[in-house]
Design a protein around this ligand. Structure first.
Ligand code: F0G
Length: 341
C-alpha cells in the first residue's frame, strides 16, 4: 500500500504535527539490472512517482509544510519536473501554484502536466538560473507565497527519503550512488539522508551533461547547452552542498556528452526502462565509471530520476516512431519478415 512518505518516514523528517499532503509518492521500484564483475547494478525508478519524477519526494514535505504555515500559494522556477510536481501537490492541498520557466526550454509534456494540474505557467526570457533568482525575490517579498524549489530546506528533507528507501530496499548500505546533477539539491539530499541514518555514506558520483557541467569545470556557466533540458543549469543553487557530498564520500563529478546520453536512453529502453534524458545521463555516467575502474565493488545504485514520457520528443532521434504500414491480410508474412530480416 502507498501510504506516502510522510506517514512512512515521519520519525526522520523533523516535521511539526501536520496533515500530510500526499499522492502516494515513494516506494519506487529498485530493479537489479546487471552484475558487472563484482558490482551489482541497481536502478531506482523514480519516474514511477505520481507525477513521474523524484521531485514528489520533496514536494509532499514542502507543500505540507507550506500549507501548515499558512501559505496561500506556492511558486517555483523549473526546467519542468519541479513545476509538474509543485502543481500537483498544490492542487491536492488546495493552494495556487505559479511556475516560472525559461521560455522555450522546457519539454512540452511537463508544461502540459503543470497546466493540467491547474498551475499558472509564467515564462521568462532567460535561463533557469535567472528564473530561480526571480522567484526567490518574489517569495522574499510576499510571505503568503511559499518557495518550493530545493533551496527550501523542507524539499531536501523530503528528498532524503530516497536514501532511507534504498537502505530499506537493499537491507544494507550501497557502496556507491550515481545520480544526475542539475541544481544539485538531490545529490545533497541523498548524502544527508544517509548521514542522518548513521549508517555511513556510499561514494557519491554526480553526473552532469557536457555543456552544462559547472561542477565538473569548477566554475559557474552562463551559457548552457545539452539535450537533457532537465539539467540544463549553469549555476547550481546547492553547489556547495553537492561539493561537500562528493568530497566527504570520496566520490566524483563526471560529465557525459549528449551522444552518450541518447545511447544510454536507448539501451535502457530496450531493456524495458524508459527514462528521460537527464536520467539516462546517470546511466551513461555509470558506464564510464565502470569502464575506468572507478566503481567500488558491491551494490551500486543509479537513480533514474524521471519518466521517459516526460520528454517524448528526444527518443525520435534514435527510435523508429513511424509505424510500418502493412496489409491486414498479409500480417503474418510481414511479421515473418521482421523475425527473419
Ligand atoms: N533529473 C531530473 C529528471 C530532473 O528534473 C532534475 C532537476 C535533476 C535530475 C537534477 O536534480 O536539480 O536536484 O540536481 N530538475 C529541476 C526542475 C531543476 O526544475 O525540475 P537536482
Amino acid at each position: 500500500m502507498h501510504i506516502g512518505l510522510i506517514n512512512r518516514y515521519r520519525q526522520w523528517l523533523g516535521l511539526p504535527d501536520l496533515e500530510p499532503v500526499t499522492l502516494g509518492e515513494g516506494n519506487t521500484p529498485m530493479v537489479h539490472w546487471a552484475t558487472w564483475n563484482s558490482c551489482r547494478i541497481w536502478l531506482k525508478l523514480e519516474g514511477c512517482n505520481p507525477t513521474g519524477s523524484f521531485k514528489d519526494r520533496g514536494m509532499t514535505v514542502a507543500v505540507s509544510q507550506a500549507r501548515h504555515a499558512g501559505a496561500k500559494a506556492v511558486i517555483c522556477a523549473s526546467t519542468g519536473n519541479t513545476a509538474a510536481s509543485a502543481a500537483a501537490y498544490a492542487g491536492r492541498a488546495g493552494l495556487k501554484a505559479f511556475v516560472v520557466i525559461p521560455s522555450g526550454q522546457v519539454a512540452l509534456a511537463k508544461m502540459i502536466q503543470a497546466s493540467a494540474y491547474g498551475a499558472t505557467i509564467l515564462a521568462i526570457e532567460g535561463n533557469f538560473d535567472q528564473a530561480l533568482q526571480a522567484v526567490r525575490t518574489v517569495a522574499e517579498q510576499e510571505s503568503w507565497i511559499a518557495l518550493v524549489n530545493s533551496v527550501n530546506p523542507w524539499r531536501l528533507r523530503g528528498q532524503e527519503t530516497g536514501a532511507y528507501e534504498i537502505l530499506d530496499d537493499l537491507g544494507t548500505m550501497p557502496s556507491a550512488l550515481v545520480l544526475p546533477v542539475g541544481n544539485a539539491g538531490n545529490i545533497s539530499a541523498y548524502f544527508h539522508g544517509f548521514r542522518r541514518r548513521n549508517e555511513g555514506v556510499p561514494q557519491m558520483f554526480g553526473i552532469q551533461a557536457q555543456g552544462s557541467d559547472p561542477l565538473v569545470q569548477g566554475r559557474d556557466l552562463d551559457n548552457v547547452t545539452t539535450i537533457a533540458s532537465a539539467i540544463r543549469i549553469g549555476r547550481p543553487a546547492s553547489a556547495h552542498l553537492a561539493k561537500e557530498a562528493v568530497r566527504e564520500s570520496h566520490g566524483q563529478f563526471h560529465s557525459v556528452p549528449d551522444s552518450a546520453i541518447l545511447h544510454a536512453q536507448e539501451e535502457l529502453a530496450h531493456g524495458g526502462i524508459f527514462v528521460e534524458p537527464a536520467s539516462a545521463a546517470a546511466y551513461a555516467g555509470l558506464k564510464v565509471l565502470y569502464r575506468r575502474n572507478l566503481l567500488p565493488t558491491g551494490d551500486v545504485v543509479a537513480i533514474l530520476t524521471g519518466n521517459g514520457l516526460k520528454d517524448s520528443q528526444t527518443p525520435t532521434m534514435w527510435a523508429h516512431v513511424e509505424p510500418q504500414l502493412v496489409k491486414s491480410q498479409h500480417l503474418i508474412e510481414s511479421i515473418g519478415q521482421f523475425m527473419n530480416p
